[in-house]
Write a protein that binds this ligand. Structure first.
Ligand code: 8IG
Length: 276
């Protein structure tokens, strides 16, 4: 399933993708990249002025998204009142799609090749705490990767301490002091968890369950990026609420939360860029 055997080096594909982005956008280097997950599609709206929008399928190594509700473009944005540029990856390849870890990590590696030093990973996920109502954003403090896989190849012993930047989390908490933090547990998916698996996730220290982010964060650490992870709790995880999970409800919760979380995300990005 890992599909790491292709002869083309992942760094070279990322380089080719970054070259296309630079050429099409006329922005030689980007500063910060954002990966937009479920519920975050409109989150780039307040970031600044769109310089260029490229369909993902026109950039080497990217593919059209598999799920309705996940965006499909790579967008270059000049961040409001600054000379900095954000690279917004509106689509992500999920591990459960079965294209292997190189496909999953490609967006992150492209961001690094495009010059980004900061990466914001967002996702929609299930919450393990009843008081986190659908539409609650939560900062990822740490993760547990239950995919059994890694985006790293060979004897690449990368340290994952403080993977989710304490500095960026503090900055986010300054903007919204009420925002909470949690440990994100990535399951393989695409099925949701059983209630027993959700109990396990709690027992091993999880607060959030989802199907993305951890493999991307690992690849980002390898590439030297500073990482902020923000989850949008779109549903209580299975067994936490008596109502069964429904993808339409998940999309609806994301839509309802969109204005608030996009403002929050933009404020974080703008504050970070101005401080750097
Ligand atoms: I949105 O409850 C969303 N994504 N694994 N579990 C998992 N992924 C999710 C969930 C959830 N909700």
């Amino acid at each position: 399933m890992s599909k790491k055997t292709d002869s083309v080096n992942p760094t070279e594909v990322a380089r080719a993708a970054a070259d296309v982005i630079a050429k099409r956008s006329q922005v030689p280097t980007h500063d910060i990249a954002l990966v937009l997950g479920s519920g975050w599609a409109s989150a780039a709206e307040h970031l600044g002025e769109v310089v260029c929008e490229i369909p993902a399928g026109e950039v080497p190594g990217f593919r059209a998204p598999a799920v309705a509700g996940h965006g499909a473009a790579i967008t270059s944005i000049r961040i409001a009142d600054t000379d900095a540029h954000a690279l917004v990856l509106g689509s992500r390849t999920h591990y459960y799609e079965g294209h292997g870890v190189r496909a999953v990590a490609h967006g992150v590696r492209t961001a690094a090749a495009a010059g980004c030093s900061t990466l914001v990973l967002t996702n929609g996920c299930g919450g393990l705490h009843e008081e986190w109502e659908p539409g609650t954003p939560v900062l990822i403090r740490d993760h547990i990767n239950l995919t059994g896989d890694s985006p790293l190849e060979g004897a690449t012993f990368v340290d994952l301490t403080d993977l989710y930047s304490p500095r960026l989390r503090a900055l986010a908490r300054r903007i919204d002091p009420s925002v909470e933090e949690g440990v994100y547990v990535q399951f393989r998916g695409p099925h949701y968890e059983t209630p027993a698996e959700v109990s396990m996730a709690r027992i091993i220290g999880g607060d959030l369950v989802g199907m993305s982010t951890t493999l991307e964060a690992i690849a980002a650490r390898e590439a030297g990026l500073e990482i902020l992870g923000i989850s949008l709790v779109t549903n209580p995880a299975a067994g936490i609420s008596p109502i069964p999970l429904d993808h339409a409800d998940v999309i609806a919760a994301g839509k309802a939360a969109a204005p608030r979380i996009s403002r929050f995300l933009a404020d974080i990005v703008i504050a970070h860029v101005k401080e750097n």
